[in-house]
Write a protein that binds this ligand. Structure first.
Ligand code: UD1
Ligand code: CA
Length: 460
């Protein structure tokens, strides 16, 4: 049996250097806040509990955390309040009550480190268990060293202590092996050591980084794991670091997609969230943005300046220049744009085509249906093989509520038709150019005029 894993994320700080009215962990990389990135990494360890220490804007941080966690992991989240920020050791101590009931080991890291990989934490856990340590910490080498805690070792190379930069002697300050802030602890040993922390240091804070030294004093084992890629573990403190990290994560996603067979014409100008999946031989042109839980099939083409958010795009679709597609679905072989806007659950069945300056909201277009120019379709259900003429409008809002329009199969809507909802156009019918349709149209009829009247039957 493997030892159960628990994770604790420190996210109580404000992040003064962000110069923001928003807590640091709420700042976004891609479409998700920093806290969402670290929670996803935490969840990948399949932990029993994920403790999050909150303080500044606790309500908003909790809300962001709950919104970002997968439903299956939601019951693992435990929030711990740290009303006053008296240091990282104090923050963990605030969780002591909750930790007493946790089984197994505890991984601790900071909420502002969005690039940390689950693999790195697994390596930390594996070494912790192999060595039978009370505490294990990740170390990295950065030369010249940043304002991180320094790793002090004895002549034999054994770990002795972490010294915060502000508490360093000149010799300690020169040490290039530093603490990126990822720890694994035996829970009872941690709780014991936390009791003995004192704030007698340059910042008058309770340092989590003093815990290993207390454990060594008690003859417990403390070990380290060296990590080659120091920047993966970077914490974000400033807007400039936020932008640099965004760029790093952006390239990770783009490299993954290219490795899977996606053509990205200009990686420098392409923004794709790490949550996005794209199929083989799809081509993404310059200056495209794809966000959220978007899924794009194989053999698609997405032309420049299009922006997709939570879009579901089937195989062999073409999205031409400057389209905006939000929370909408293209089933297969659809062509959209240029300059089309699909939103709020618009859905195009196979081979449906939407052209220039067409907006579609909460509507479904059936197979091979076309709406090519200057049109608004809202709250509409449209059948197969329908042609919607230029400048058609579903007048779905009567000033009080939204009303539905139904257009059955094989209908031809003439240019500049106003469909005053609620209204239904029967199968096989036509509307004349400039019609204002205020009443249901029976099947196989030609209607025209203002208001539209039946002019003739198209079939006997
Ligand atoms: C910490 C480490 C340092 C390490 C560095 C890596 C300590 C004492 N030092 O320093 O060795 O090199 O991270 O980035 O741990 N926080 C709370 N409550 C508090 C204080 C902090 O939740 O009372 C949270 C912050 O929101 C932040 C994280 O803990 O996410 C780190 O705190 P910060 O003050 O930035 O520590 P550093 O000085 O960076
Ligand atoms: Ca920091």
């Amino acid at each position: 049996m493997k030892v159960p894993v628990n994770v604790l994320i420190l996210a109580a700080g404000l992040g003064t250097r962000m110069k923001s009215s928003q807590a640091k962990v709420l700042h976004k990389i891609g479409s998700r806040p920093l806290i969402a990135h670290v929670l996803r990494t935490a969840a990948r360890l399949n932990p029993e509990n994920i403790f999050v220490v909150v303080g500044h804007q606790a309500g908003k941080v909790e809300e962001a955390a709950r919104a970002s966690i997968a439903p299956a992991d939601a019951d693992k989240l435990r929030f711990v309040m740290q009303t006053e920020q008296r240091g990282t050791g104090h923050a963990v101590k605030c969780a002591a009550g909750a930790l007493k009931d946790a089984r197994g080991l505890l991984v601790v890291f900071y909420g502002d480190t969005p690039a940390v990989k689950a693999e790195t934490l697994r390596k930390l856990i594996a070494e912790h268990e192999r060595a039978g340590n009370a505490a294990t910490l990740v170390t990295v080498r950065i030369d010249p060293p940043p304002a991180y805690g320094r790793i002090v070792r004895n002549a034999q190379g054994d770990f002795l202590k972490i010294v915060e930069e502000r508490d360093c002697s000149p010799e300690e300050r020169a040490i290039t092996e530093v603490n990126p802030g990822l720890y694994c602890f035996d829970i009872p040993a941690l709780l014991d050591a936390l009791e003995r922390l004192s704030p007698h240091n340059a910042q008058n804070e309770y340092y989590l980084t003093d815990v290993p030294q207390h454990m060594l004093d008690d003859s417990l084992r403390v070990g380290t794991v060296f990590h080659e890629d120091a920047h993966e573990l970077d914490g974000i403190n400033t807007r400039a670091e936020l932008a640099a990290m965004w760029k790093r994560l952006r390239y990770e996603t783009i490299d993954r997609l290219m490795a899977n067979g996606v053509t990205i014409v200009d990686p420098d100008s392409t923004y794709i969230d790490d949550s996005v999946e794209i199929g083989r031989d799809t081509v993404i042109h310059p200056q495209v943005i794809i966000e959220g839980d978007s899924r794009i099939g194989a053999n698609c083409e997405i032309r420049s300046w299009s922006h997709l958010i939570n879009a579901e795009i089937g195989d062999e679709c073409k999205i031409l220049n400057s389209c905006v597609i939000v929370s909408s679905k293209l089933v297969a072989r659809n062509i959209v744009g240029p300059f089309a806007h699909l939103r709020l659950h618009a859905e195009l069945a196979e081979d449906a085509v939407v052209g220039n300056f067409v907006e579609i909201k909460k509507s479904r277009l059936g197979r091979k249906t076309k709406s090519m120019h200057l049109t608004y379709l809202g709250d509409a259900t449209i059948g197969d093989r329908v042609n919607i003429g230029a400048a058609t409008v579903t007048c779905n809002y009567d000033g009080r509520q939204k009303n539905p329009t139904v257009i059955e199969d094989d209908v031809k809507i003439g240019s500049d038709t106003m469909l005053v909802a609620p209204v239904r156009v029967g199968r096989g019918s036509m509307t004349g150019a400039g019609s204002v349709v205020t009443k249901d149209v029976p099947p196989d009829s030609l209607v025209a005029g203002v208001p539209a009247q039946v002019k003739k039957k198209l079939k006997e």
